[in-house]
Design a protein around this ligand. Structure first.
Ligand code: CU
Length: 132
């Protein structure tokens, strides 16, 4: 019993290390870093309500809760995180498909929870600055 417990812990630690290595891949542009977009969550809306990303561009989303715990769920972009009450959660995303996506709060936060959502637009990457 005790041995099984030890092996289980060791396996978990290895998984964490592997995850850290994967996220600090050397081909990341460490010197400039990804563009940061701040999104504020509060009952019952995200602000801004819409952001525009470029296909293939890595961005870091800083998700700030101004009140209670919210969620941020956008399956096509692989985003599924909680935003703890009063804190900031960060997710890094590199969209690969052009489109309009709807992110929703998937952590029940009160009466208006069902309508809490925002739009993420992914555009074809071009040389010119068409967005914000
Ligand atoms: Cu909610």
């Amino acid at each position: 019993m005790a041995r099984n417990g030890i092996f289980h812990v060791a396996g978990g630690a290895l998984a964490v290390v592997a995850g850290l290595l994967a996220t600090s891949s050397p081909r990341a542009r460490a010197e400039e870093g990804p563009r940061v977009i701040v999104i504020t969550a509060k009952r019952f809306e995200f602000s801004p309500k819409e952001i525009t990303l470029k296909k293939g561009e890595t961005v870091r989303l800083q998700l700030k809760s101004e009140d209670v715990t919210h969620g941020f769920f956008l399956r096509p972009l692989g985003i599924d995180t909680d935003i703890p009450a009063g804190q900031t959660a960060e997710v890094t995303v590199t969209p690969q498909e052009v489109g309009r996506y709807r992110a929703i709060c998937d952590h029940f936060c009160g009466a208006g929870h069902g309508g809490m959502k925002m739009t993420i637009v992914v555009e074809e990457a071009t040389g010119s600055a068409g967005g914000k």
